[in-house]
Design a protein around this ligand. Structure first.
Ligand code: ADP
Ligand code: MG
Length: 725
């Protein structure tokens, strides 16, 4: 093992950047060449089919059999011309990542040969025997198989020799078994609810589009060093290792020059992403050594989610070509920053208005305030749910760890928008309606500058921040499927907007003018949702105490946080999106996943501690003992001359004994937890009784790392893992 470590260090340090075959054409020319996008559609589909398909996509209507037949024929022709031999329905089961099952395009031709075939029904629907995916008991209860069904709003694409068709994944009785189904429903709900509300201001709007721009953080590690760390390879994070003397203190990595090996990786990644129609734009070094970020230009939410998942799998593949392994874990290394995935979210109309951009006049600004205030109210009411939507065993390491927001959802508005809302709360409709520029100034509503100064006033400690023309949900984990957070957020805002419309219309019916009604309800919401607004330091202990007083959800245990999914409020929020049965079933999956992740970590740590660390520590101790006994052979003064050796012998014993005892206690805790029937209680036991040992054992292992002869230490150290040359 020791040999493996040093071999890996040597290989990693000699590795050269991999040259990338660069396309000779401009980015705009090969952009989307592997996507069955509008350009390809217009070439391979008849005019009528093209029009009918676009119509169905824009209106969110289902595609009938006849249309599917025509689209499939065009798609097949396009795919075959691009060297494709297989196709797959590509979906997002309730695990990390995506699923695909490839089938060849071939069918019997009836004369002993084969022909290339791809019928409409194969495009529209499939029944993959994907019975091993988690369903939280839904499929047992209903004894049904899972179906995948085409999502025409996300275009098909080619990976290698395979045509990938984005699909939803549902049970025979229609329950969602994936992330995409509820996301599409939440997006439809927010479209409907926001369109209704926007009609107070703009009658011509027909559709509201939720946009998402994600920022993906990740780490790269040399592949040989990665393989020399079984914990990293099996769990995605290092379960032990002392901090490197130098890590991110000097802030010399952040925005620094990108190492050439990494630069080459990024170039190839970007090329692949562009070919797949993913508009990647930003790349830079992040705060921690070996940490980087990739961000595209924002897109429609459903497409952006698909693109994030797709790019994560492309990143993994390209990293391997460059002899790296990519880490999406939220906290692969202790003592340095972890990785998140900021979700920049906004609502736009089909007429091109960003509803989160302050406007030029009174009406536009009242519209801006309407949406901001409703979002505040939605986040306030659903703060527990939103936290649940980003909570996982892995993200728990990052939240509240003084680098990412705490496990409390609050909204940062910045001083400017806060002031506007405060003034609005005290204003009356007369203030705004009177065309008196002075009054408007004092009110602030008519005078919000188009680009807010707050753009620069970024609060990095806030989990949900207004950043000029969008909200940035920063608590999302780097390994997460954005759909989870985006479903919860869009569903919350949709429910809130529906309620708002009801209340405003109610007042109008009672004889109030539209403006009066809007003012009255908005002012009430500003008051009611005040508790969610926080512009201060989210890392501070004072905030934790204050948040408790404000009755915000302060729970930190991930399995308990999931309870929010089935709260009264959440069931209302998800009405028409996820049924109570589905919510319960999905929580079963979440608890099971949580348990399994901690269980795997606990097993890996136990094995490594017993098989790698203790034997090496004892071998080193034997050397010390031999040394002391040899000293004793030659001098009576051995206790003085061997003082340091004796001290180390004792220390090694202390740590070895502690590790041994704690590993066995941890195994007992696991056994006890495994006997618990309920998935929720089991996950709680893993959180309360098993997980704490991971830190306790690590503490002693890391102390040993500082004592034991470097030559003997079996695992690659942080200083070796973390600095790509
Ligand atoms: P930061 O300064 O936070 O690192 P950027 O300005 O680079 O971020 O933008 C981050 C992401 O936000 C990008 O994906 C960008 O396209 C996206 N974004 C910008 N404007 C909007 C918007 N109105 N709605 C949604 N996303 C947006
Ligand atoms: Mg950002």
């Amino acid at each position: 093992m020791t040999k493996l470590r040093f071999k890996a260090v040597a290989l990693a340090s000699e590795r050269k950047p991999v040259e990338v075959k660069k396309p000779t054409s401009k980015t705009s020319e090969y952009y989307g060449e592997k996507v069955f996008n509008r350009k390809a559609m217009s070439k391979y589909l008849s005019k009528e089919t093209f029009k009918a398909l676009n119509n169905a996509i824009e209106k969110g209507q289902s595609v009938n059999r006849n249309l599917a037949e025509h689209v499939a024929a065009g798609m097949r022709m396009w795919a075959l011309e691009n060297g494709v031999t297989h196709y797959t329905h590509w979906f997002h089961p309730l695990t990390d990542g995506t699923a695909e099952k490839h089938d060849a395009f071939v069918e019997h031709d009836g004369q002993g040969g084969l022909i290339e075939e791809f019928e409409g029904k194969l495009l529209a629907q499939q029944e993959p025997d994907a019975s091993s995916f988690p369903s939280g008991g839904l499929r047992n209860t209903f004894e049904a198989r899972g179906y995948s069904a085409w999502d025409p709003s996300s275009p098909a694409f080619i990976v290698g020799d395979t045509l990938c068709i984005p699909t939803i994944f549902i049970s025979y009785t229609g329950e969602a078994l994936d992330y995409k189904t509820p996301l599409l429903k939440a997006l439809a709900a927010v479209d409907k609810a926001a369109t209704d509300v926007v009609h107070y201001f703009n009658k011509d709007v027909k559709k509201i589009i939720a946009n998402l721009g994600w920022e993906q953080e990740y780490f790269l590690v040399d592949e040989d060093l990665f393989m020399a760390r079984p914990d990293l390879a099996l769990t995605g994070r290092t379960l032990m290792s002392h901090e490197s003397a130098k890590n991110q203190q000097l802030e010399d990595h952040y925005f620094g020059a990108i190492p050439e090996r990494v630069q080459k990786f990024m170039e190839e990644l970007e090329y692949e992403a562009y070919a797949l129609g993913i508009p990647v734009k930003t790349r830079h070094n992040e705060v921690a050594p070996n940490q980087f970020e990739l961000a595209p230009i924002y897109e429609e939410c459903n497409l952006a989610v698909d693109h994030n998942l797709l790019v994560m799998s492309v990143m993994d593949k390209v990293a391997r070509k460059h002899s790296f392994r990519i880490l999406f874990h939220e906290k692969p290394f202790k003592g340095i920053n972890g990785s998140g995935k900021h979700n920049n979210w906004s609502l736009c109309t089909d007429t091109g208005i960003n509803l989160l951009s302050p406007g030029k006049d009174k009406v536009e600004n009242l519209r801006f305030i309407t949406f901001v205030v409703n979002i505040l109210a939605a986040v306030h009411k659903n703060n527990g749910l939103l936290k649940a939507s980003i909570s996982s065993a892995t993200n728990a390491h990052r939240l509240g760890a003084n680098e990412a927001p705490p496990a409390i959802i609050s909204v940062f508005l910045g001083t400017q928008v806060s002031d506007i809302l405060d003034k609005f709360e005290k204003s009356s409709v007369k203030d705004a309606i009177v065309v008196d520029s002075k009054k408007q100034i004092s009110l602030g509503v008519g005078q919000i500058p188009e680009i807010l100064l707050d753009n620069t006033d970024r609060n990095r400690t806030s989990p949900f921040a207004f950043t000029g023309n969008r909200f940035e949900f920063r608590a999302v984990g780097s390994s997460a499927n954005c759909a989870s957070a985006m479903t919860a957020l869009n569903a919350s805002v949709a429910e809130q907007l529906r309620l708002f419309k009801e209340e405003v219309d109610g007042l109008i019916k009672k004889g109030k003018s539209k403006e009066e009604a809007l003012y009255e309800v908005l002012k009430k919401y500003i008051k009611e949702s005040r508790a969610i607004r926080f512009n201060g330091n989210g890392y501070s202990d004072e905030w934790k105490a204050e948040a408790k007083k404000r009755k915000l959800d302060c729970e930190t245990s991930v399995p308990v946080i999931y309870d929010s999914y089935t709260s009264k409020q959440s069931i209302k929020t998800f009405s028409g999106i996820l049924s109570e049965i589905e919510l319960h079933a999905r929580n079963e999956v979440k608890w099971e996943t949580y348990t399994k992740k901690i269980q795997i970590e606990s097993r890996v740590l136990g094995d490594l501690a017993l098989n790698h660390i203790i034997p090496v520590a004892i071998s080193y101790q034997s050397i010390l003992l031999t040394n002391v006994s040899k000293l004793k052979d030659v001098t009576d003064n051995y206790k003085v001359l061997g003082a340091e050796q004796l001290r180390l012998i004792e220390k090694v014993s202390t740590h070895v004994n502690a590790i041994n005892a704690k590993v066995h206690e941890m195994i007992d805790a696991r056994k006890a937890a495994n006997n618990i029937e309920s998935e929720r209680e089991k996950a709680v036991a893993y959180h309360d009784k098993v997980a704490p040992y991971l830190d306790e054992i690590r503490y002693h292992v890391d102390k040993l790392e500082l004592i034991v002869d470097n030559e003997m230490w079996p695992l690659a150290k942080y200083r070796e893992l973390l600095f790509i040359r």
